[in-house]
Design a protein around this ligand. Structure first.
Ligand code: NIG
Ligand code: FE
Length: 417
């Protein structure tokens, strides 16, 4: 019998297991939960899951095994934040005040603020400074139960600063318990230097940035902010096709402020995911479903910008799978908290606690192409687990504004205790 390093027992275990593909439609409201469940871990892996009798018949405890009693606690897979921009210099609380007083996000951006504001601060920061800021934000996220995070560039907008930003999250991935998945988002805004030469900047992205990022192995995904006044459908297609050709997987900021056809484009390009989608068309929903593109929805952004939420009920009816993420960034979503995003999704998108858990675990794993390793509590998967100090998973989105996390286990190690 296998000896184990860690045994968690007597908990309500949300396994989110039992799926061989992304969860969609009515199945979003089904969540596998074990009462009085037990999870056994050896090294970095989950080796047994189930009721205590079953697990104890499969594994052996030694005097080195750490036993955690999770009575009146909930055990979940490590939460996965599949869309963030957490590496950035500066902050934008002045714009927060402007928006309180009535200015819109796009008005601020068109006046040279917004993303470009953060670009100036990020360019001015050193690699070490960006890493220090990033490390602190990773600690925030880890303490709230996130164990894997996607990290987008896009605050450099020139070769050197884009590489610096990606390098910061690449190095943090080695140094911090969090797993970080890098996405190149050089097409996040038109840099000041190229505001009247869009072709010139696209050339820089395709001929300089993408090949360098690929060569250095600094990003897995390529993303574009496809939006009216930012990157058009044609410009987005050109960049995405070049990225695909170089071997990047694709993500897309699509149909956020205007219904531009970004979802349809993501389907045409067989992107892994299309994100935001507040203004997605009915055709876009069907096209994404038919081509297997995951919707990544960002309720904290709609909340912050006071915009209508993505039409998730239509997505459920159409059978389009979706994940939920924070979009953590200094402008449109200054929160690193997935539990808060889950609460907003329940209250304003009328999602059940079961649906939001599926959306931040197994479906989020699919959005990052890691569903074979993370996103559920199943034998053979990485031991990324969260223990919440509350006796029902339904109370996690319900009691908001308080951090309910008791412990976080990352690759078998207790990293928040
Ligand atoms: O996903 N929409 C574009 N990009 C980010 C916002 C970035 C920023 O405002 O700094 C987003 O919301
Ligand atoms: Fe974003």
């Amino acid at each position: 019998m296998e000896t184990v390093d860690l045994l968690i027992k007597n908990g309500q275990v949300v396994t989110a297991a039992g799926h061989d593909g992304p969860v969609a439609g009515e199945n979003m409201n089904e969540l596998e939960v074990l009462e009085n469940g037990c999870v056994a871990v050896k090294g970095e892996q989950i080796v047994a899951v189930g009721l205590e009798d079953k697990v104890m018949s499969e594994v052996q405890i030694t005097d080195k095994t750490r036993i955690i009693d999770a009575t009146d606690k909930v055990v979940t897979p490590g939460l996965i934040d599949s869309h963030t921009h957490f590496i950035f210099g500066g902050s934008r609380e002045d714009e927060f005040v402007m928006r309180i007083q009535g200015a819109s996000y796009m008005e601020i951006m068109e006046a040279g603020g917004g993303i470009l504001n953060t670009v100036r601060a990020t360019r001015a920061a050193s690699l070490e400074e960006l890493k220090e800021l990033g490390r602190k934000r990773l600690d925030w996220m880890l303490k709230m139960g996130t164990t894997t995070v996607e990290s987008k560039s896009g605050y450099g907008l020139n070769l050197e600063a884009e590489l610096k930003q990606l390098q910061a999250s690449y190095e943090l991935n080695q140094e911090h318990p969090m797993d970080i998945v890098n996405t190149f988002l050089g097409a996040h805004a038109w840099p000041e230097e190229y505001k009247d030469d869009h072709e010139g900047y696209i050339k820089v992205i395709i001929e300089e940035m993408l090949p360098k990022v690929k060569e250095a192995g600094l990003a897995e995904f390529c993303d574009v902010f496809c939006e009216k006044g930012v990157f058009s459908i044609e410009e987005t297609r050109e960049i995405m096709l070049a990225a695909k050709e170089m071997g990047f997987d694709l993500k897309l900021h699509a149909d956020e402020m205007t219904s531009l056809g970004g979802a349809e484009l993501a389907a045409e390009l067989r992107a892994v995911s299309a994100e935001h989608l507040l203004m997605i068309s009915d055709e876009g929903i069907d096209a994404m479903r038919d081509k297997g593109v995951m919707a990544v929805l960002l309720p904290a952004t709609a909340f912050t910008l006071r915009k209508p939420y993505a039409p998730v009920q239509k997505m459920m009816e159409a059978g389009l799978p979706f994940a939920l993420a924070t979009d953590f960034n200094p402008g449109s979503s200054p929160t690193p908290s997935l539990p808060l995003a889950m609460t907003i999704a329940c209250l304003y998108m009328q999602l059940t606690p079961e649906a939001v858990f599926n959306a931040v675990t197994i479906n989020a794993a699919y959005a990052l192409k890691r569903a074979d390793q993370i996103g559920s509590i199943e034998v053979g998967k990485q031991a990324d687990l969260v223990i919440f100090d509350i006796d029902s998973y339904r109370k996690i989105p319900y009691f908001y504004g308080v951090n309910l996390v008791d412990k976080v286990i990352k690759k078998g190690k207790v990293v928040v205790d």
